[in-house]
Design a protein around this ligand. Structure first.
Ligand code: C5P
Length: 233
């Protein structure tokens, strides 16, 4: 199974299906976020899973502990491979999410989002989070780790910091991946796939560099090939 998670950021299920058909037999994984899930729902997730794809349900749950715990169970019942919650939901919410998944024989990986990469220090200050951005990311990463979460979504530039200061055992999932020649789009802090694997990323989330390519299958296979030297991560 590939360690590349392709972000299915399509406005409607037809376009998304068109794309997933091109990726049949590649063993890639797919990330379904709020837009596609709101439009296409659990049936779409089940459809992909029936075809053998692993799904990362990127709904970033953030609510009272009971609500998040029940949502995590609903996602686990759907059979997703990975799901995520906001670390900013706090200790009780993170523990409730962890506890909610303990009774599954094969639970989804439970991943925390620390600080959204769309926020800078000015934004953090405005919502009452003092200190440098990295300090906030580290504090939330430590909290997620002590609550028993399996990993974190983070910028590839934060991998070394988290592995050194929090734990080597956390699964790190990194968006913000760009090929050397591909446009940055709205991503600011990017790395190439090779750089991210070298830094220790476990899974790369890649959207537009693959989904908008003239030949998405070729781009995917080329990136996959470039992983081989780092495949032991
Ligand atoms: O097209 P691109 O490769 O930029 O897609 C990256 C995906 O990862 C998008 O679905 C985006 O929402 C998601 N993401 C991100 N940065 C984060 C968290 C998630 O780009 N910090």
């Amino acid at each position: 199974m590939s360690s590349i998670i392709i972000a299915l950021d399509f406005a409607n299920p037809e376009e998304a299906l068109d794309f997933t058909e091109k990726m049949a037999n590649t063993h890639c994984r797919f990330k379904i976020g709020k837009e596609l899930f709101t439009r296409a729902g659990p049936n779409f997730v089940e459809h992909l899973q029936k075809q053998g794809f692993k799904v990362f349900l990127d709904l970033k749950y953030h609510d009272i502990p009971n609500t998040v715990a029940k949502a995590c169970q609903a996602a686990a019942d759907l059979g997703v491979w990975m799901l995520n919650v906001h670390a900013l939901g706090g200790r009780n919410m993170l523990m409730a999410a962890r506890e909610a998944l303990t009774h599954y024989t094969n639970p989804p990986l439970l991943i925390a989002v620390s600080i959204l990469t769309s926020l800078d220090e000015k934004d953090l200050c405005e919502i009452g989070l003092q200190g440098r951005l990295e300090e906030n990311v580290l504090r939330l990463a430590k909290l997620a780790h002590t609550c028993g979460l399996d990993g974190l979504v983070c910028s590839p530039l934060e991998i070394k910091l988290i592995h050194t200061k929090v734990s080597q055992d956390l699964q790190l999932i990194t968006p913000g991946i760009r090929l050397a020649h591909s446009p940055k789009d709205d991503q600011k802090r990017t790395m190439t796939p090779t750089e991210a694997w070298q830094a220790g990323a476990n899974y790369l989330v890649i959207g537009r560099p693959i989904t908008t390519a003239a030949d998405p299958l070729k781009v995917f296979l080329d990136i996959e090939k470039s992983r081989q030297p780092y495949a032991s991560h």
